[in-house]
Design a protein around this ligand. Structure first.
Ligand SMILES: *[C@@H]1O[C@H](CO)[C@@H](O)[C@H](O)[C@H]1NC(C)=O
Ligand SMILES: *[C@@H]1O[C@H](CO)[C@@H](O)[C@H](O)[C@H]1NC(C)=O
Ligand SMILES: *[C@@H]1O[C@H](CO)[C@@H](O)[C@H](O)[C@H]1NC(C)=O
Ligand SMILES: *[C@@H]1O[C@H](CO)[C@@H](O)[C@H](O)[C@H]1NC(C)=O
Ligand SMILES: *[C@@H]1O[C@H](CO)[C@@H](O)[C@H](O)[C@H]1NC(C)=O
Ligand SMILES: *[C@@H]1O[C@H](CO)[C@@H](O)[C@H](O)[C@H]1NC(C)=O
Ligand SMILES: *[C@@H]1O[C@H](CO)[C@@H](O)[C@H](O)[C@H]1NC(C)=O
Ligand SMILES: *[C@@H]1O[C@H](CO)[C@@H](O)[C@H](O)[C@H]1NC(C)=O
Length: 645
């Protein structure tokens, strides 16, 4: 949820609070001059009641159906606070309505009542007939009924009923505490003519007054009430009541209509006091809202800080939530696997950590232990887990798991039984040539093909372009069948594919001898610097020589690139091939690899082929790019070729 939503949420909560207070100050007020369909929205009706003919049919119209034994109720939707919660104060109200009762049998039955009840939507079962919808035989007389009624009884049903045309005052009972015959006032309530009734209750003097007269003249008098009596409603009703009507039919039937209705009431509490409360509560509520917001924002800011701190943990969560994710190991497990990082198990030392051999579940693994848990170390660690962990290629070393515990950063890889490529192509100076394995040309070709495939995948094949940034023989591992597995992603960085035009990363890194000449100028890695390093790798695997600047015969002193280029110029390029191969290699294939190597090491980064093209050279789809006889001079800034490809 954003700020706006929170604010709206608070408004939604506070508005009814405030409007509730205000409406209480105003009291209950309404005025229906008639009852169109839309008035249903302001009324609540039980099933036997309906709105029809612009009037409330408290018991419904026949319309062909039986209307015997009906009982219905109708209420205005909003409640009336009839007595104060705290104080001994009762509300006053005035309500005037026009009723119309038309008998459907001779005589008609049973009656209609104005009611104040505790709840809406409820009518007792079997309250038809003589019960007028007010009570039933079991709720009659129970204080639980919570109902006050001014009944217009049109049928003499009980011995107590004075006649079939009277007004009665009922409290929780069909037994009327007071009855007044309307005949005495010249009113025939079931004559089918409109009858106006006005009910006035004075909550202060606790007096009820009822006026009943024929609406369009005749019996009754607007000035003389038919009934005036003391009555303390607050003794018989809950604090909040709903105002409305009830009516019933029995074996005898009639139409019980209300054609218009108005209502007004006072509030139970002293207006000034109540207004004071509102004027206190509005600022208090607003202040609470403001304070709430400032706390919310503080909390939110704090949360953001905590979130930033938890970034590492989030990386863990991210890593772990991926289905193909490497496993998270316990430090204890890895200590056990490597003999507590015993130096006897040391396999080598990389740019950012030492690699140990280990045994996990009877499977040999390589465990890389990062030098330090510095922020830079963590960055490399996370880079490696997040990049390699999400990459899947047969020529990439598989990351089995990781561990970040007690200041230790550890990565677990598959152990490559044949170690790294450098050990096999650069024989130890004082090693016996008979010792160890001599890689055949076919094997070497297979290895560089694999590396080309892996690099093409990193550059062009995955969702985000990945720069390896440290391609070299010692980072290429060999599995049991001498297939290449590109490893050590400590320096790797992902580049969003949308940013392909500027596929580069900050921070100069890599290994001398494999670094493109422009690296020192641009100070960052690019896809082209990866390709340069790949070119160097092609040359060293073919020549069986290290790329570095070492004083040697045959102009080697300027490095492997210059040396191979020189022999290319002399059209004696195959002379660079590793002597130990004893000429056992496919000459065309070897020449193609060497030329591709030189093309990848072109001093102008724009002239280097892409990894995709390089791979196509291996598969024989395209010929190696043409190479100038003379190695072009390195010019900076480099010029893009005029003819675009
Ligand atoms: C009630 O409504 C009728 C018709 O809309 C109007 O004529 C009458 O003045 C209203 N009465 C009050 C008290 O507002
Ligand atoms: C109406 O109700 C009375 C009892 O309240 C019952 O005796 C009578 O059978 C009912 N009539 C109909 C038509 O349901
Ligand atoms: C409430 O006030 C009336 C007078 O208006 C008094 O007769 C009655 O005893 C009071 N009730 C209580 C509970 O104080
Ligand atoms: C009810 O009507 C009487 C008489 O007109 C009036 O004095 C009284 O203030 C009214 N009460 C309310 C709540 O409107
Ligand atoms: C009276 O109404 C109540 C509530 O609807 C109901 O539980 C009870 O059974 C009714 N009594 C009779 C006799 O129908
Ligand atoms: C209804 O209850 C009153 C007591 O509140 C009692 O006097 C009266 O006889 C009862 N009426 C019937 C019909 O049971
Ligand atoms: C009241 O009106 C009805 C319907 O017009 C009529 O049947 C009945 O006799 C009248 N009652 C008296 C007492 O006039
Ligand atoms: C209700 O309507 C009657 C008749 O139209 C009118 O005299 C009375 O003032 C009205 N009362 C209220 C509270 O609207």
């Amino acid at each position: 949820m954003n700020f706006r939503n929170h604010f709206l949420c608070l408004l939604v909560i506070t508005t009814p609070l405030l409007s509730g207070l205000i409406s209480q100050v105003e009291g209950l007020n309404f005025n229906f001059s008639h009852f169109p369909e839309s008035s249903k929205n302001e009324l609540i009706l039980t099933p036997d009641a309906e709105i029809d003919f612009d009037a409330i049919q408290v018991t419904k119209e026949a319309r062909g159906a039986s209307i015997t034994n009906l009982s219905g109720r109708v209420w205005y939707k909003q409640k009336l606070r009839i007595r104060s919660k705290q104080k001994n104060i009762t509300a006053s109200f005035n309500s005037t309505f026009v009723l119309n009762i038309t008998p459907q049998t001779n005589p008609g039955g049973e009656g209609l009542a104005f009611i104040l009840s505790k709840e809406t939507g409820y009518i007792p079962e079997n309250s038809h007939g003589e019960w007028l919808g007010i009570v039933n035989s079991s709720t009659n007389g129970s204080s639980q009924s919570n109902i006050f009624a001014v009944e217009f009884d049109t049928k003499k049903s009980y011995a107590e009923d004075i006649d079939d045309n009277h007004v009665g005052i009922d409290l929780n009972s069909i037994y009327s505490i007071k009855q007044v015959s309307l005949y005495d006032h010249g009113v025939n309530v079931s004559s089918g003519s409109d009858v106006t009734t006005s009910i006035q209750y004075d909550g202060e003097s606790k007096v009820l007054t009822v006026y009943v007269f024929m609406t369009s003249g005749g019996g009754g008098n607007q000035a003389n009430p038919i009934l005036t009596m003391p009555l303390d409603l607050s003794n018989h009703l809950p604090e909040d009541v709903f105002v409305g009507f009830s009516a019933s039919t029995g074996e005898s039937t009639q139409l019980n209509c209300i054609k218009s209705w108005n209502f007004t009431s006072t509030v139970v509490d002293d207006d000034a006091v109540d207004l004071l409360w509102v004027w206190i509560l509005i600022p208090v509520t607003l202040a609470a809202v403001v304070i709430g917001f400032s706390f919310y924002f503080k909390w939110n800011n704090k949360r953001r800080e905590v979130e930033a701190q938890d970034e590492d943990q989030k990386v863990e969560i991210k890593i772990m939530s991926s289905t193909t994710a490497p496993k998270k190991f316990r430090l204890k497990e890895l200590k056990q696997a490597t003999g507590n990082f015993n130096s006897k198990n040391k396999l080598g030392r990389g740019g950012c950590g030492t690699v140990y051999k280990g045994l996990l579940d009877n499977t040999e693994v390589a465990v890389k232990r990062f030098f330090e848990n510095s922020s830079e170390g963590r960055q490399d660690f996370v880079a490696e887990v997040t990049t390699i962990g999400n990459l899947h290629h047969k020529n990439l070393v598989k990351l089995v798991g990781w561990c970040h515990e007690s200041n230790e950063l550890l990565l677990v890889y598959e152990l490559m039984p044949n170690g790294s490529l450098d050990k096999l192509i650069f024989p130890e100076e004082n090693a016996n040539p008979e010792d160890g394995i001599m890689l055949s040309w076919e094997t070497r070709h297979g290895i560089i093909c694999g590396v080309a495939g892996a690099l093409d995948y990193l550059h062009n094949g995955c969702e985000k372009r990945v720069l390896h940034r440290d391609i070299k023989a010692s980072n290429i591992m060999l599995d049991s069948e001498f297939n290449a597995r590109l490893g050590d992603f400590g320096l790797a960085r992902t580049i969003p594919n949308s940013d392909m035009t500027h596929h580069s990363t900050k921070k100069i890194a890599g290994t001398l001898g494999y670094m493109a000449p422009e690296s020192f100028h641009i100070g960052r890695a690019t896809a082209e610097t990866d390709i340069y390093a790949f070119g160097v790798l092609l040359l060293e695997v073919s020549c069986g020589r290290k790329p570095g600047y070492q004083s040697d015969e045959n102009n080697y002193s300027n490095g492997i690139v210059d040396w191979v280029w020189e022999l290319h110029k002399l059209e004696r390029i195959l002379e660079v091939m590793d002597m130990r191969l004893s000429g056992n290699f496919d000459r065309d294939q070897a020449e193609s690899v060497l030329k591709l190597g030189l093309a990848c090491c072109h001093p102008n980064p724009y002239q280097r082929p892409s990894m995709r093209t390089a791979l196509q050279v291996f598969t024989g789809e395209v010929a190696p790019p043409p190479i100038p006889n003379e190695k072009p001079a390195f010019v900076w800034p480099a010029m893009a070729p005029i003819t675009d490809d």
